[in-house]
Design a protein around this ligand. Sequence first.
Ligand code: GH3
Ligand code: MG
Ligand code: MG
Length: 478
Amino acid sequence: MNLKFKIIVAIGALLLTASITSSIVNYRSDVNFAQLQLKNISLPLSKDNIYTEIQQRVVKPLIVSSLMASNTFVRDWVLDGEQDERRIRKYLKEIQVKYGMFTAFLVSDITKNYYHSKGVIDIINKNNNDDSWFFDFKKKKEIYEVNIDHDNDISDSLIMFINYKVKDYSGKFIAITGVGIKLTEIEKMLNDFKKKYNFDVYFVNTNGEIYLFAQALRKRGNISSIDGLKELKSSIFTKKSIQLEYESKGKEYVLSTKFIKELNLYLFVEVDKNSYMRDLNRKFVVNLLVSLFVTLLVILVIVYAINIYQKKLEKQAEEDFLTGLANRRKFNDEFEKMYNLYKRASIKTLSLVLIDIDNFKKINDTFGHLVGDKTLVRLSALLKKNLRKTDLVARWGGEEFSVLLVDTKKEEVEKIAQKLRLAVKEDKELLSLLEKPLTISLGCGELLSEDSQDGLIAKVDEALYKAKEQGKDQLVSI
Ligand code: GH3
Ligand code: MG
Ligand code: MG
């Protein structure tokens, strides 16, 4: 495993650990917060809202029923032998319309007639199961009761009946009157709570029977038969309001209850903790995916940056800082490669040209080092311009340069070397910089089969020395 790969793996592992840890920490605190919020705010608040809603809906029909039961016309009409049915029908119709009730009724204990605005719709019979509500309520000491019923005769939705006892002036029971309202709104409300908050809202009567519930509720029957709930029955039924937690069939629930006096029913609002946390789980997965994606992006950026930096370093390692030409190290590497190719006969010829600026010391002394540097830069540009892409030109050191030429005939190498000499000498830019032409001396030679690398260099160096000796500004080929 190379260093670059190790660094990337280490950074990636660090970033991944950091992002996964922070996602988990966030998730944990979200879960804690959500649970606290659920128990202390959402559930109690929803319970109170539903309770208020129910109460508001019960109070009005209760008042209307009480009004009907104490109405002297109603009492007199029954006591007078239920004469002229039209009058009671008119009265019931008026109640129905005026107070916006779904139905209004009067059932006489004397004739057992069930009066409605449409007329007598039934005659109550002790042997009929559907009519048992009348006889059950008659027996009770309470003055009114609230019944939630499914009355197929009238409607297919749930109806809440308020039954009120009508008594004569001596307090003797003579009839039951009251109104009924449709519970579609409440049913809708229960379903909304389920949809919006995953809250299950249902009602339980004092016997433990689950009464009124949203369609989606899976609990039915008596709470005594529900695991987890049956154990809590007594603590629920001895308190007006309670909040507790229980487990049933592997699920954890938080339950909040409240007794509704007017209905003689307990309101149950509960939530399956896990399904309530479902959104949080989804959020956790999304957070995790996003942070993994970001981590991946960061790793890609790091890989990209490392590559660029590495290339820069590599370039710096083989490039001459001042002239941008290959440096001595690069030259040596390439020379070795070419030498090996030559030895394997992959290339036919390999030639070396060494270049040395004439009297460069004087240039430095006359114009200063800055002009000396400019001269080196310009000379490098001229060498590059006048050589082929395949020729390698390098700064050999100080004011000396070297050129490697592959598969180029001796005469051709000499021609190129002379071309370089003239190009430098005739360059206008150098002329205006130095106020006289710049000259160079060159030595060139070809690698022969018996030559070593150093042998070629020594040979060409000698040629260059000769060129200097013979008066500079010339090429000596060996
Ligand atoms: P000759 O014609 O015999 O080659 O004479 P010369 O003056 O060119 O030869 P010498 O080798 O004595 O001088 C080379 C000078 O080049 C000495 C050194 O200060 C200068 N030099 C080497 N590298 C640099 C550089 O990077 N910038 C500048 N300005 N001068 C440099
Ligand atoms: Mg020199
Ligand atoms: Mg020199």
